[in-house]
Design a protein around this ligand. Sequence first.
Ligand code: AMW
Length: 176
Amino acid sequence: MRWEFSSFAFPRISLVAVGKTGFNREEMSFRFGQHLIKPSVVFLKTELSFALVNRKPVVPGHVLVCPLRPVERFRDLRPDEVADLFQATQRVGMVVEKHFQGTSLTFSIQDGPEAGQTVKHVHVHVLPRKAGDFHRNDSVYDELQKHDKEEEDSPTLWRSEEEMASEAAALRVYFQ
Ligand code: AMW
């Protein structure tokens, strides 16, 4: 266990305990790289992984699946974490495709800064796809690459906590 500064949930700076698993039992929040994620925006927790809604989705239903242990690169995951992450990703894919009336899915891992990774914590992007959602189909990868980069991103473009929590609540139902 170690102590970190956090200002995620409250404007004031607070000290929270973040365990090695990335799951903070004291405040029941989840670690996602430098971010502390409120349980209200998490819709699935497995033994070794969790899934959260995106504050800036590229398409409706664009969500993220992460290992609980906050490691930076895919190569850092243990075999049991890879298995759990991909099984969780498969379940999440089926749910978001259904809930958002998709007909296909894009899965993407930006593994390292040169691959477009901004949050230093392994995560799988899961995006429901449908005919005509992009003029050029592979533009989804351009959007993924740039949607959260500094010049494209700003807090004013993030969804509200209420909107994210409401989406997470709707998705959580499928896993009960
Ligand atoms: W990467 O460019 O590291 O492959 O993707 C990071 C993703 O995480 C982006 O889709 C971004 O919108 C999302 N994101 C970053 N911070 C948060 C947060 N605090 N809550 C929800 N989604 C987040």
